[in-house]
Design a protein around this ligand. Structure first.
Ligand code: EPZ
Length: 417
């Protein structure tokens, strides 16, 4: 397994280019199941989660290739509407093929996604949406078995704004008979990106990005080409890296409004930065003021940036409070940050972060994607060397992270452990 060796205390300066969004790419890739025509995708990041989704698509019905930097997804040979356990267990977002398989083939066998480090991550809302559309759902030997004769549009009211649930029901609805209405839909930019991708193939979706989405079923979808939005979570991660350890760091190729809640919170902590059309210039190195953070569905403060801002707040001039309202177990980075000299106490879903003068390098363990990112950020500013084990977690969601950081002047070495 790979590890990172990070020599802390080096000032970051320069430009970091943001890659395409992992969490927009995954549902958009799944949505290619809904058409048999060719689809060209640009700005899909080279990540292990994307590779897993591509493997899944070729298992089901697609031929994948690259043509001058664009991903080409063609209809392949015989179709098998299955997402096997060995793929779903490595990436629970594989469950996003369920809606597309139901929408296109009216049948699916998808391994029931397990929980993951950050929580149980049930999919009851997804299944409730499909059942409202007339789909029969059984669970057999750990697989979700879905079948429907006539897929009908329906009114789906979510108990909570689930990102995956909204995406899955949207994909099932685009070829259904009649209209589907999703109430209490999630509003993340990745939902809006999926809807505009599907509309570019001939779907009729209105209201994506609001809590009420209307989908008129159509007969079929044609092919097309599409460019995926930049990754707002990667952007927020480098923005905070610059705030913590930077001189002047330019985060380039992002959509600033997608990280508005993060920008506002970091401004409240007294960090200086300026926002331009497609980039943010952050002037780091100042000790932040303590702040209160509460994670919320979009447009609130993103849970996927909670660990990263906690890293920054370990060095604040005072005590901060962070409440994680989305996932039940998303503080795995706390013990590891404390090993580096942070002073964080967790009480249920609340972390109290008492600011310290400095962090010290130490051997630490990555546990999930964003917790690993927070350990990298801490390692960049800690005194001495930090070794982060199990960075395969990082490779799921950050494209060429050591290259991007070293280009800013960091000293991050990937070693075999
Ligand atoms: C997506 O996960 C993202 N993943 C997550 O990013 C992100 O943290 C999450 O949305 C919240 O923003 C992808 O887009 C691939 P949810 P998802 O359904 O769809 C509960 C990362 O780091 N819930 O909005 O699984 C659930 O338990 C990953 O890139 C139900 O109870 O998130 C959780 O508490 C981590 N029943 C909350 O809703 C359901 O049927 C939010 O889950 C579905 C969800």
């Amino acid at each position: 397994m790979d590890a990172f060796l990070i020599e802390g205390g080096r000032k970051l300066e320069g430009v970091v280019k943001i890659s395409g969004s992992k969490n927009a790419s995954l549902p958009i890739l799944a949505a290619t199941i809904l058409t048999e025509d060719d689809v060209y995708l640009e700005n899909v990041p080279d990540l292990s989660d994307v590779k897993t989704m591509l493997k899944l698509l070729s298992n089901i019905s697609k031929e994948i290739s690259y043509e001058d930097g664009k991903l080409l997804i063609k209809q392949g040979g015989e179709v098998q509407t299955v997402a096997p356990y060995d793929l779903v267990k490595t990436m629970r977002a594989s469950v996003l093929v369920l809606g597309a398989l139901i929408g296109k083939y009216h049948s699916a066998r998808v391994s029931f996604p397990g929980g993951c480090a950050i929580g149980a991550r049930p999919i009851d809302q997804h299944l409730k949406g499909f059942e409202a559309m007339g789909v029969k759902i059984d669970i057999e030997e750990g697989y979700i078995v879905a079948n429907v004769d006539k897929l009908r549009g329906a009114r789906v009211v979510f108990d909570l704004p689930t990102v995956g649930g909204t995406e899955n029901v949207m994909m099932a609805a685009v070829l259904a008979e009649g209209e589907t209405i999703i109430e209490n839909a999630a509003m993340e930019p990745e939902i809006t990106d999926l809807a505009s991708f599907l509309n570019s193939l001939g779907a009729k979706i209105e209201g994506a990005g609001t809590p009420l989405i209307r989908i008129q079923g159509v007969k079929k979808l044609h092919g097309g080409s599409y460019r995926v939005i930049p990754d707002r979570i990667e952007a927020a991660t480098y923005f905070i890296a610059g705030a913590m350890s930077g001189g002047e760091v330019i985060v380039d190729d992002l959509i600033p409004e997608h990280i508005d809640a993060v920008l506002k919170k970091v401004a409240e902590a007294g960090i200086d930065f300026k926002v331009e059309e497609k980039r943010v210039v952050v002037y780091g190195g100042k000790r932040p003021k303590p702040v209160q953070v509460k994670t919320r569905p979009y447009p609130g403060f993103p849970t996927d940036v909670q660990a990263q801002i906690m890293s920054m707040l370990t060095l604040a001039r005072g005590t901060s409070v962070i409440v994680e309202t989305i996932f039940e177990n998303r503080f795995m980075h706390v013990n590891e940050l404390n090993r580096m000299g942070a002073r964080i106490k967790v009480e249920d879903r609340t972390a109290v972060v008492e600011g310290v003068e400095k962090l010290k390098g130490a051997p630490v363990m990555a546990s999930d994607l964003r917790a690993s990112a927070s350990l990298v950020l801490a390692g960049l500013v800690a005194e001495g060397v930090t070794k982060i084990s199990r960075i395969y977690h990082l490779d799921r969601g950050y494209e060429r992270m050591e290259y991007k950081l070293n280009a800013l002047g960091a000293h991050v070495e990937r070693i075999k452990e």
